[in-house]
Design a protein around this ligand. Sequence first.
Ligand code: SF4
Length: 70
Amino acid sequence: MRVSADNSKCVVSCMCVYRAPELFDQDETDGRVALLAVAVPPDADAVALRAVQACPSGAIALVAMDGPTT
Ligand code: SF4
């Protein structure tokens, strides 16, 4: 699995950073989501999913490695 982010949808709630700090951070200029990693380590699938589910704006997603880029 990998994560994708659409910064235009990010409302800077920071839930992803709290839930999966190894995958998500905040951009220094506007606070919006910044990806620290694209590929999700196999043992981090559950953490990544919880972060995606916690996002209030649908700005981040989990997709298959060969899935579409968003
Ligand atoms: S949880 Fe969603 S809205 Fe909040 S910072 Fe992360 S991507 Fe942005």
